[in-house]
Design a protein around this ligand. Structure first.
Ligand code: RP5
Length: 166
């Protein structure tokens, strides 16, 4: 019997990733989708990663959003140990501006997919929206909320630019 878990797990390699990954959490909040956020480092807490990834489906999670920076092995290693869809968010690193994170996450070998998003905030927001789209396939109320989210976004875009205060 699975434990009662929210549908989305947001995992990240470090506390320092939270500033970026909070954008995924905020987006899920806006769509009223439950999530659990955890720090799970592929390098510093490998046993925690194995325990999490191997039990994620049985615990009731449906989608995993994994953010990491630098040598960003977390999304790929998580994907190697779970059949759940994994969306990877490259966190912007200090040394290489996140290009290292992006390439670490995106270059998965055939057979173990990670849906890789953009570097930084945009990637975190879009990972949440992709998670929502997956969940909406079997949740009509969520599909409606996603449509409304898109409609609000469209309505918020002005037709003409204005001068902004310097
Ligand atoms: C990665 O190393 C984390 O995902 C983080 O982006 C990066 C730096 O971690 P800290 O040194 O800030 O903890 O594992």
């Amino acid at each position: 019997m699975p434990l009662e878990r929210p549908p989305v797990a947001i995992i990240m390699g470090s506390q320092s990733d939270w500033e970026t990954m909070k954008n995924a959490a905020d987006t899920l909040d806006a769509l009223d989708i439950g999530y659990e956020a955890r720090i799970v480092s592929a390098h510093r807490t490998p046993d925690r990663l194995v325990a999490f990834a191997k039990s994620a489906r049985d615990e009731g999670f449906k989608v995993i959003i994994a953010g990491a920076g630098g040598a960003a092995h977390l999304p790929g290693m998580a994907a190697s140990m779970t059949p759940l869809p994994v969306f990877g968010v490259p966190v912007q690193s200090k040394a290489l501006s996140g290009q290292d994170s992006l390439l670490s996450i995106v270059q998965m070998p055939a057979g173990i997919p990670v849906g890789t998003l953009a570097i930084g905030r945009a990637g975190a927001v879009n990972a949440a929206l992709l998670a929502a789209a997956v969940l909406a396939l079997s949740d009509d109320d969520l599909a409606d909320r996603l449509d409304e989210y898109r409609a609000r976004q469209t309505a918020s875009v002005a037709e003409y630019p204005i001068d902004e205060a310097p």
